[in-house]
Design a protein around this ligand. Sequence first.
Ligand SMILES: Cc1cc2nc3c(=O)[nH]c(=O)nc-3n(C[C@H](O)[C@H](O)[C@H](O)COP(=O)(O)OP(=O)(O)OC[C@H]3O[C@@H](n4cnc5c(N)ncnc54)[C@H](O)[C@@H]3O)c2cc1C
Ligand SMILES: *[C@@H]1O[C@H](CO)[C@@H](O)[C@H](O)[C@H]1NC(C)=O
Ligand SMILES: *[C@@H]1O[C@H](CO)[C@@H](O)[C@H](O)[C@H]1NC(C)=O
Ligand SMILES: *[C@@H]1O[C@H](CO)[C@@H](O)[C@H](O)[C@H]1NC(C)=O
Ligand SMILES: *[C@@H]1O[C@H](CO)[C@@H](O)[C@H](O)[C@H]1NC(C)=O
Ligand SMILES: *[C@@H]1O[C@H](CO)[C@@H](O)[C@H](O)[C@H]1NC(C)=O
Length: 387
Amino acid sequence: MSRLRLLLLGLFLPFSLSAIVERVVDLPGLEYDFVVIGGGTAGNVIANRLTENAKFSVLVLEAGGSNEGILNVTIPLRCPTLTPNTPFDWNFTTVPQPGLNGRQISYARGHILGGSSSVNFMGYTRGSSADYDRYATITGDPGWSWKRIFPYILKNERWTAPADNHNTTGQFNPAVHGYNGVNSVSLAGFSRPIDRRVIQTTRELPEFLSILILTRDTSSDSAIHNPQFATYRSRKNLHVLLHAQVARVLQTGNSHGRLSFKTVEFTEGKGGRTVQVRAKKEIVLSAGSIGTPHILLNSGIGDKTALAQVGIKPLVHLPSVGQNLSDHPVVGDQWLVNAGPTDTFEALGRNETYAAEQLELWTTKRSGTLAAGTYNTVGWHRLPENA
Ligand SMILES: Cc1cc2nc3c(=O)[nH]c(=O)nc-3n(C[C@H](O)[C@H](O)[C@H](O)COP(=O)(O)OP(=O)(O)OC[C@H]3O[C@@H](n4cnc5c(N)ncnc54)[C@H](O)[C@@H]3O)c2cc1C
Ligand SMILES: *[C@@H]1O[C@H](CO)[C@@H](O)[C@H](O)[C@H]1NC(C)=O
Ligand SMILES: *[C@@H]1O[C@H](CO)[C@@H](O)[C@H](O)[C@H]1NC(C)=O
Ligand SMILES: *[C@@H]1O[C@H](CO)[C@@H](O)[C@H](O)[C@H]1NC(C)=O
Ligand SMILES: *[C@@H]1O[C@H](CO)[C@@H](O)[C@H](O)[C@H]1NC(C)=O
Ligand SMILES: *[C@@H]1O[C@H](CO)[C@@H](O)[C@H](O)[C@H]1NC(C)=O
């Protein structure tokens, strides 16, 4: 639904699109209160919040292009076509992984407005309270604790009916969800015969805890496009520049050994000219878990020995920058299914009539199999310490 309304919005409010531009000459200037590097999941949320204050001017610099009007970005079940090694991907490859027998694998990251939230698989899950409390302990910042973060989780959520409008009574706990936020969240809309077996397994093996969810609601949808926030795009104090790849931030001050960085250097378009833009207040670095440390390192912020070795003048010695990324593994189990009674998504790939019907259903009603997500149940369970 929110996508449908969004398309209408685009048709009727063309002026509201003016904040998103592709060329530097279409920007009002090269000085803003805040410059947000990376128009991805986090960057757009921050830009949205900052521009609530009409006194602040904000520029978002995004390396990728627009996420509008790209059918496969819009159709939830098509998310597997978006990565890896597509026009929407940064096309990263890992170094050889000891845990994978030395293999190197693709490491997808969204190169598009909305960032990885425009290409991800839309599973909405929240960490356990213990996870957040652990972040608080590791960072020494109690703001990360479950108690402190939970109100913001509620504030962000907009609990929405599932795509098939089924009765969700008993399927979620209303007390722990939010209803007026910017991010639409719903239970999976299309149950599959296998779901019941998964749930049954969780009853028989209660250490598996299963939870929710889905629908494509990228951060640029919720923050920039969501009709609830239509004003966001028309805010005169916000500009988003696409195809702007940031190389580094430049040191602009030094007060008693505290360096400040308020200039951002980026290229306009692929291999284009170098442009500098200034932040009067702050630069917000939100280029993701790969992009952010990359920019820091290019700027001389990192391990001083390693930087000097590659010819970058070290400015701030922070040996942890670019180190110790860990991510969750995903292992796909695949098996053959029969054509009829198993009722899996495979029919889309082998029955063109059915596929065309489903596309029509999605295009006209935002419903049917294509509105479904790629997974219906998620289990989180702790490995033993010695695993
Ligand atoms: C294929 C895939 C499936 C996933 N599935 C799920 C899921 O089902 N559920 C879930 O919760 N999470 C999922 N994730 C993870 C989730 O999408 C990410 O953790 C989250 O989007 C990261 O947000 P971010 O703001 O840190 O980075 P991003 O959203 O990636 O934003 C970074 C932005 O910065 C831009 N950028 C980077 N470098 C530069 C530069 N030098 N100059 C200018 N711009 C730059 C990028 O183009 C991007 O737009 C998935 C991720 C992927 C890739
Ligand atoms: C979109 O997805 C469809 C169906 O999976 C695929 O055939 C098509 O090539 C994709 N289009 C693009 C532009 O990737
Ligand atoms: C990633 O690879 C695809 C396919 O080759 C290409 O179209 C795209 O431009 C590449 N992405 C980047 C950021 O270079
Ligand atoms: C939904 O299901 C619950 C419990 O199964 C039932 O009490 C309720 O009447 C149902 N609501 C609707 C609108 O059918
Ligand atoms: C990062 O990884 C290195 C090498 O594996 C390790 O020695 C170090 O303790 C790790 N640091 C953190 C903060 O986890
Ligand atoms: C293909 O899909 C159509 C439309 O849903 C259906 O009528 C037909 O029986 C399907 N064909 C096969 C071989 O399953």
